[in-house]
Design a protein around this ligand. Structure first.
Ligand code: MF3
Ligand code: CO
Ligand code: CO
Length: 270
């Protein structure tokens, strides 16, 4: 049997992975997180986002892995780099980082067929107080969502934990993009919403693998996609931040596949 099709799928189309599959995710997640760790020294005022992407592509190749984004729906880069009011899917290019810019770098690698998907925030130069608060709240909202991951809870519990925390800080959760199931594929059911009501949505089961990747805006939640058909920005031009982990549901909780080996997940510039 093709081992991509081992195991069970729930009525919502969510794959239930086996114990041995956690190891594959762990290796893929670790490489993605290591690459993000190494970028702390690369992100500086004066550097272009294309130069950062080239460093990422070289690191993926040096590890003998594959970039999941190169060739994905015609995308040609090893990362998405989303600066300031860019919400997600920023395309690396000749944009030069300037002092005080904040940016999300999102890397997905394939190792032995398993996908590791993670993103963090970085700053070029000096961080402003309001950007620091946005980044802290976004990071903490992801961790609140992860704390809601255990068998028997629902996806709505995850979204609610994120939304309640963010809105209590008077910031907003983006609705137009969500997390996703992954494993031996990049994007699979379910859509992991970063807002919602407790007790709603599919029930979490041991062996589910998915990302949680909240995008949080200082202003309103609405986004629009630019003419390049990729770059999503805040409609009101307010600053936006995002963090992403790939996780798996265990017998009694959660395993994060993409923790920072260097302990740098946040703050990444320390
Ligand atoms: N890594 C992104 C995610 O978190 C997807 C990027 S797809 C790309 O799902 F083509 F824009 F790179
Ligand atoms: Co993702
Ligand atoms: Co990602």
């Amino acid at each position: 049997m093709d081992d991509r099709h081992r195991g069970r799928v729930t009525k919502e189309g969510i794959r239930i992975h086996e114990a041995a599959d956690f190891d594959g995710m762990h290796k893929a997640g670790r490489l993605a997180a290591e690459i993000l760790d190494d970028l702390c020294y690369v992100v500086q005022p004066g550097v272009t986002t294309a130069a950062i992407d080239r460093v990422i592509e070289d690191k993926v190749n040096a590890a003998g892995a594959k970039s999941a984004t190169i060739g994905y729906k015609g995308y040609r880069h090893a990362s998405c780099i989303s600066v300031n009011h860019v919400v997600c899917h920023g395309i690396p290019g000749d944009k030069v980082l300037k002092d005080g810019d904040i940016l999300n770098i999102d890397v997905t690698v394939i190792v032995d067929g398993w996908f590791g998907d993670t993103s963090r925030m970085y700053v070029a130069g000096k961080l402003s107080r309001k950007a620091e608060r946005l980044i802290q709240v976004t990071h903490d909202s992801l961790m609140k969502g992860i704390e809601a991951v255990r068998p028997g809870n629902t996806f709505g519990d995850i979204g609610h934990a994120i939304q309640a925390y963010v809105e209590a800080q008077r910031m907003s959760v983006v609705r137009d993009f969500c997390g996703h199931g992954l494993g031996r594929v990049f994007h699979a059911p379910p859509n992991v919403l970063h807002y919602g009501r407790p007790g709603t949505g599919p029930i979490l089961e041991e062996g589910m693998f998915f990302t949680i990747e909240p995008m949080v805006n200082l202003g309103r939640p609405e986004t629009k996609v630019l003419a390049d058909d990729w770059t999503a920005v805040t409609r009101d031009k307010s600053l936006s931040a995002q963090f992403e982990h790939s996780v798996g549901v265990t017998a009694d909780g959660v395993e994060i596949f993409t923790p920072s080996p260097a302990g740098k997940f946040h703050p990444t510039w320390g």
